[in-house]
Write a protein that binds this ligand. Structure first.
Ligand SMILES: C[C@H]1O[C@@H](n2cnc3c(O)ncnc32)[C@H](O)[C@@H]1O
Ligand SMILES: [Zn+2]
Length: 435
């Protein structure tokens, strides 16, 4: 294998554009940014030198809500409303999932994320020990939550508790700083208050995150008020699920008071605009209120069955456009804020560092092609990154100083794609045989 992918020493990115200036970025052997500037090359004896001319450097992107192995379900069920999509197509198929399926699907997802500039992701799914193995092999950072769904049944709740405890124990035993565990209560419509309360207490005891779907549809809100006499964010809060370690996905139907509550609790709201538009949830996350009350707002793709890709560069554009359109404000969510959502806000949510190109930060660095058509002319790199380009502009990706992709080459790509295609076919065939 090309030594650029196996090297674990220091790296110099020479003559790269950062915030409009041409600089060097020096990465030390611990994987941290040692220096940035004109003389940064003098600070290390670089094992690997990357030519940064014709490249724009940005921080690695962070996907704060996905179901990575759903890459196997890409294009399997489109153009449906959420409840029908889940109950008629997705859950029946997922009943046939195996650990091998999740491993192959997560490897495909990691490949796709790396190829579009993502270095870290927040995952909620099943067989997460196998997902963790895949992410580790691919060199990414990731947080894994078992999708806890008890449907109000005590017996099922006991099984979900065991599955959650087993995953957290497994990930803890890995003792891998790139791979973390979280607790994943799916939503207020699939998890009982008892289940939600257990999830919150366990996450607090383990000092780990909570990953939950929140107020994705109007039906979720209406049903929650009818069943529990309160809106979903208040129910989650009563159960202890709103914390600074919580990532709440979607947040489309929050009212203003719920936005203030999320901000007060330090919750990260993960905006998933492509999935929301595709499933026609009929309301955009109220970003203006969340920002007004100081909530951390990050970005996520959701899974490949509702998006249908994992390209966070595209997601930045969807977010900026959807917010402007839905809230009738062309000044809402400008390009710089969209990039901060996809980088610093996501890194804050997952605790992966500052998510910026600064000395001392983990070297999670993405190099974009400055000569690409979408980057020409290059008046405003942020504008081009959000409004003109997509993940195809990503040339090189470093995570903790390790080179995961260079000149768009990722080691093992062909085998990962072949294996995932075969696995997806076999999963669907098994499901069809049994129906
Ligand atoms: C972990 C479970 O969550 C399911 N899922 C995937 N996307 C969504 C979504 O947008 N809303 C609710 N649930 C979702 C996934 O299929 C797993 O069953
Ligand atoms: Zn989701």
């Amino acid at each position: 294998m090309n030594e650029i992918f196996t090297a674990r020493g220091s790296v110099l990115i020479a003559g790269v554009t950062v915030d409009g200036a041409t600089v060097d970025i020096a990465v030390d052997e611990t994987g941290a940014i040692a220096a940035i500037g004109k003389d940064a090359r003098k600070t290390i004896d670089a094992e690997i030198i990357i030519d940064g001319s014709d490249r724009v450097a940005v921080p690695g992107l962070v996907n704060t809500h996905t179901h990575a192995a759903m890459s196997l379900l890409r294009g399997y069920a489109d153009d449906m409303i959420l409840q029908d999509w889940l109950s008629q197509k997705i859950w029946p198929l997922e009943a046939h999932l195996t650990g091998d399926d999740v491993y192959a699907g997560t490897r495909l997802a990691c490949l796709e994320m790396i190829k579009s500039g993502t270095v870290a992701f927040n995952d909620m799914y099943f067989f997460m020990d196998r997902a963790a193995a895949a992410a580790d092999e691919m060199g990414m950072r990731a947080t894994f939550a078992y999708g806890f769904i008890d449907l109000g049944m005590e017996e099922k709740r006991e099984a979900e508790i065991k599955a959650t405890e087993a995953l957290v124990a497994h990930i803890t035993s890995l003792d891998n700083p790139r791979i973390r565990a979280a607790v994943g209560p799916h939503s207020v419509y699939t998890v009982s208050p008892e289940g939600l309360t257990w999830c919150a207490a366990f996450a607090e005891e383990q000092e780990i995150g909570i990953h939950v779907h929140l107020s994705e549809t109007e039906k979720e809100v209406v049903d929650c008020v009818a069943r529990f006499g309160k809106r979903p964010a208040y129910l989650l809060d009563e159960c202890g699920c709103l914390t600074p370690r919580t990532v709440a996905a979607h947040c489309c139907w929050l009212d203003e008071a719920e936005c203030r509550l999320l901000a007060e609790r330090g919750v990260t709201a993960s905006h998933n605009p492509a999935s929301n538009m595709k499933l026609a949830v009929n309301r955009a996350m109220p970003y203006h209120w969340l920002r007004q009350y100081g909530a951390n707002v990050a970005l996520g793709t959701d899974g490949c069955s509702s998006n249908n890709n994992l390209d966070l560069m595209e997601e930045m554009k969807f977010a900026a456009l959807l917010q402007k359109f839905a809230w009738n404000s062309p000044t809402l969510l400008p390009a710089g804020e969209a990039i901060a959502m996809a980088t610093a806000a996501g890194a804050r949510a997952l605790g992966t560092g500052p998510g910026t190109l600064t000395v001392g930060a983990p070297a999670d660095i993405v190099l974009l092609d400055a000569r690409a058509v979408c980057n020409t002319p290059l008046f405003h790199p942020d504008s081009n990154a959000v409004y003109a380009c997509n993940g195809g502009t990503v040339m090189t990706v470093l995570c903790q100083g390790r080179i995961l992709m260079h000149e768009r080459e990722v080691p093992g790509e062909e085998e990962i794609v072949r294996e995932a295609a075969m696995t997806a076919r076999s999963l669907v065939a098994r499901a069809e045989e049994s129906s």
